[in-house]
Design a protein around this ligand. Sequence first.
Ligand code: F6P
Length: 557
Amino acid sequence: MRHAPIDQSAAWQALANHAEAMRGTHLSDLFADTARGDAFTRRAAGLTLDLSKQRWSAETLERLLDLAREARLPEAIRALLAGERVNISENRPALHTALRLPAEASLVVDGEDLVPGVQATLSRMDEMVTRFHTAQWRGATGRPIRDVVNLGVGGSDLGPLMVTHALADYRLADVHRVDVHFASTMDGSQLAAYLSRFNPETTLFVLSSKSFTTIDTLSNARTARDWLMARLGNQEGVDDALVMRQHFIGVSAKPEKMTEWGIAEANQLEFWEWVGGRYSLWGAIGLPIALVVGMANFRELLAGAHAMDEHFAGAPLADNLPVLLALAGIWNVNFLDIRAHSILPYDGRLEYFAAYLEQLEMESNGKSATHDGRQVNYSTCPVLWGQLGPNAQHAFYQLLHQGTQPVVCDFIAPLRRYDDVEDEATREHLKAQHRLTLANCFAQSRLLMLGDDAIEEAGPRPGHKRYRGNQPSTTLLLDRLTPATLGALVALYEHKVFVQATIWDINSFDQWGVELGKQIAGETERILASHRGHEGMDASTRALVEAVWQAEAVGDD
Ligand code: F6P
């Protein structure tokens, strides 16, 4: 553990002074150096990372690397990957990387090799997936399961949701079709829509919850169980135990809680406390992914992530993609005061990628206490949000181009697409659409960077037409969007988050900031239900509670 706060280090101070000098430099000035594109571009694991449109210079990067060394980043990376207890407040390792180690690897932590357990879970997932794909997983009345609904929230939802959409092209065609759906909202609106459409005889629910205490998920699960029992329980030869056995799978780090809830032991997939919820798509929480793309593609996803892990572990800091991505972020947040970060994929399949990263980055690094409990004097995680880039062009790009907020953007796109479309004419049309999309992606990052200088038109532009430019961005190109490159992309961001946390001296792997809200919600629910006990509340909340009671009274009339 470090002793002096990082912002009092010589490297930080040097960066602060350097930032003063850089502040007046427009991005377009930096591009006077024609070799800049190459100088700030690196490749690994099927990804190309172009950081040349960041508002930094070779000197900036040198100084940021000094900062990383000052924060003992190489030691921190080693500790993470070796399974040391880097999650200090919960006294455990953060070993999502162990979930994607190859079968022949070994990782001994506290005297136990973790790889056999990981592989055993993958084998059990494989068996389950095979049962679905061969129409052998049947509902209580004997009909093959057709719809699988994942009930989970946060890390037990966003990872599988994001990946199943991103890899929709890899859906297995020659197997019994199983459609996968996601219900996460506590108010039941997504679930209600499914229940009104699906046939209970052919619907199965996967209860995904690391803690198995999350009220959002358990409320949905109760509603689903009652729906099944009410519709199937009265059929001949069907009892509750059969419904539970044929219509529920549980995925959790708490097997005893799954059993208590009624999940049959054979239907329980376990994972470990050392896998953080938002880092969990690589194991049993990824079951919905494997149901869509099959285990071979799921293993490709793991292999891609592992390739990024190896790169992270072995590449020099100056060529290390997660390190560079993280340092660009540190530079923006802490030295250029850019505290808004937009994630802009130019590929409809990555529709949920921004939502996924919002949890990964902000739940991991939205912290203000250092490892030893001091409050930080510097900014940590920026506000991160995003949407598909082409759609966002028609929504919030106005602010990026002409608003008053500095924003850094990540543009993400695959270089190739639609090669496999069989019909030639359709293929050519779709490829042209892909080209159009890339053109938009590149045009936007260029315009954000250069402003009015991006066009050759002479003369000053009136204020409302002025583009000042100088908005930094990163461009991330995937050779193609495949299971392997997607795995590498997600692992890249996971490690970026860890690098930033190391420099900020915060713990990425806990989330104490979500606990109190759950507790107060529980108390509020008890007050709402019992119609008593709101006297001690503040005037605003008291009035809101009374409004609910009044609405209920009207409803009861
Ligand atoms: O409330 C936050 C959180 O704990 C996330 O960290 C987690 O991904 C999500 O809730 C769901 O938790 P669980 O998988 O335990 O249901």
